[in-house]
Design a protein around this ligand. Sequence first.
Ligand SMILES: [Zn+2]
Length: 398
Amino acid sequence: MEPLFTPEQLAEIHAYHLPYYIRAAVDPFARLGLMALQLGVLVQPFHRMATAAAAGLEHRLGFLRTAPVSRVFFQAMDRLWGESGWGAAVLFALLTDLFIRLVYTPVDTWFNYTLEHRHGMSNYTPGAYAWDVLKEQAVTTLALTALVIGLYGLARRVRRWWLVLGVPVALLMLVASALDPYRDLLYYKQKPLPEGALRTRLTGLLEKAGVSFADMRVEETSVSSRRVQAYFAGQGPTRTIVLNDVILKEFSEDEVLAAVAHEAGHVHESKWLGRIASSLALVAFLFAIDRLLRVSASRGWFGATRFADIRTLPLIWLLLFCVFLVGKPIAGAFSREREREADRYALRLTGDVESFRRMLVKAARVNKMDPEPPRWVVLKGMSHPPIGERLAALPPPP
Ligand SMILES: [Zn+2]
């Protein structure tokens, strides 16, 4: 069989991936340093700035407190927070997030825009890129506000808040994946996969696999990226088969079938153990935050003057960072095992090893995957086995 890449292509792929590997090695230390800077130096000035800004806003927009419609909002926020003063807390949270984001903006722009363009992987125009960054920032702002009001507000009012918050959020996580089909609509246009041979064959394949689905859609990701992509979003009645427009252009029908057969393998994974484990981990994590908030309050860490003082937020980020640092290699190992099993499932389902092999080869070429990334990069938490490994695991050609 011909090699996956020519030596020239391989050299380009290494040049493309090397910055990512350097970032993977350096980034944990950079983030730790930034968090130490926030905790050690910036917490107090940021808190003073947020308090002053909130007071200024109150002065100027205070009439909204009594205006007919906005009054309801302010009353609800006061009640959720337990008192007034939530404005300063939210501004403090946004300020700490904005600080990290601004520090990372040059790095992120270079990786997500410059490097991707340099290697022909991106179709972003500067305007479209900036728009997506803004949209993401808007989502983060909303999520942070909800987190601050939800977590800190509840902790201030309810003694066993970690249980009161943990159980419903854990339950919410269980059903959240049912909403997956709608998340991507924020970024990409979708349309139904047209009737025709491909749709008929995919329907037959999924019937054979016993996978029910609501719809098959084409996602127009080529506005930003040249990568091929196929995934299933949602669960049961909301399950949607999503193919991007690039895969339809680059792959033959047999190859699309191979990719979808792999995704069908994921549907049959038993997910309950993982779901129960992550629900328990969430409640345990919230309990750890509760202990941390209590110690911070009693010792007056970072100027905290009371339980659930917003100035402890960077400490929670640090705790979360440590959990991810330890958790990602473990989650990655489980994920890679699931991917291997999905490959084996796809081969059993279609019985078409050659199309599956061509699908992997094309995916590797179009997406410029490193066939043999450094072992430490894999162990640090790659979600898929290296493409070289996946190809080597296939039965040899006849
Ligand atoms: Zn997979």
